[in-house]
Ligand binder design. Structure first.
Ligand SMILES: [Zn+2]
Length: 319
């Protein structure tokens, strides 16, 4: 390995995080700003520039060889643009050009946040050592990404593996994406909570109707809360089984706030996978919780920018 560093940006609807990351996945310098998500696009970009400026003020900046960006989606990596649902001021925003201009022409790589988290889990987390993996984030939404043949597979626009919007319920509810019966429409935190309330679950005295509150109730044995998590687990299992059957993944890694529910999600998920992943080549699929935690977005953005950093050769990237 070498002493090269990558500058990573993790851009979401609430915060813009930045870091200088080394070849061991250590975060050496950090910077962060709140995302001015309700402001115009230029104001949001100034917050990105402030984060980059803080990183560039470090003496370690001299060793920075590339910039990796993981952004809330949709993104278009082929055009270098982003249109995050949670940042209305950015629609087709030329983020790659603007970041490149801000960093004096260093190479800039853009991926969606689901792909970034996949890169992080493959590099440093639960998918390490697996050549074929699906990594998912289950929280306010459901996102994901793929590692195929030992390499990150972002797809032409940086969105491949977006499992949250494949349909698992043909006659299911309409999804904000325009589809119907999407995994996200059933398994995201807000939808788990909504389903629990609609089917008769009532919160405790604090009135908390979040997915975390439903998870606590399920852990305590509340049958309606348990059923809502079982339904989410079923949707996730159907999506994972479909993915495994299509591209032969050997592990599905699940992170995000909803995964923090633990056994009330993972036990019915593994049970449901036995119902859906039935063919011989998918029966041994492993399901594991994510390990890279709150820095996953930054580590993944760094890994996506630098195949060398995550141990891939340039030849394998082009192969
Ligand atoms: Zn959808």
């Amino acid at each position: 390995m070498h002493n090269d560093l990558v500058a990573a940006l993790d851009i979401g609807g609430t915060k813009i995080a930045g870091a200088l990351v080394d070849g061991s996945g250590r975060i050496l310098v950090r910077a962060q700003r709140p995302t001015p998500a309700r402001e115009d696009g230029e104001t949001v970009m100034r917050a990105v520039q402030a984060v980059l400026g803080e990183l560039a003020a470090s003496p370690l900046w001299l060793h920075t060889t590339a910039v990796g960006i993981g952004s809330a989606g949709p993104v278009d990596a082929s055009a270098g643009t982003v249109s995050p649902v949670n940042i209305p001021g950015w629609r087709g925003f030329p983020l790659v050009d603007q970041v490149r201009a801000a960093v004096g022409g260093l190479p800039v790589e853009l991926v969606g946040d689901g792909v970034a988290i996949t890169a992080a889990e493959h590099w440093q987390g639960a998918a390490r050592g697996y050549d074929d993996a699906l990594c998912m984030v289950v929280s306010t939404g459901v996102g994901g990404g793929l590692v195929l043949g030992g390499k990150l597979h972002p797809g032409p626009t940086g969105n491949a593996g977006h499992i949250g919007h494949i349909s698992v319920d043909l006659d299911g509810d309409l999804c904000p994406c325009g589809g119907r019966g999407c995994v996200e429409r059933i398994a995201s935190g807000p939808n788990i909570a909504r389903r629990a309330v609609e089917t008769g679950w009532r919160p405790g005295p604090d009135g908390d109707t979040s997915a975390a509150a439903v998870a606590a109730a399920a852990t305590a044995g509340d049958p309606v809360a348990v059923a809502s998590f079982e339904r989410a687990a079923q949707a996730l299992a159907a999506g994972i089984a479909a993915t495994a059957t299509l591209v032969e993944i050997h592990i599905a890694v699940i992170g995000g706030g909803v995964a923090g529910a633990g056994d009330v999600l993972f036990t019915p998920l593994r049970r449901a996978l036995r119902d859906y992943a039935t063919l011989s080549f998918v029966q041994d699929l492993v399901v594991a919780p994510a390990r890279t935690g709150t820095d996953a977005g930054l580590l993944g953005a760094a890994a996506a920018a630098s195949p060398a950093l995550r141990g891939e050769t340039a030849a394998s990237l082009n192969g």
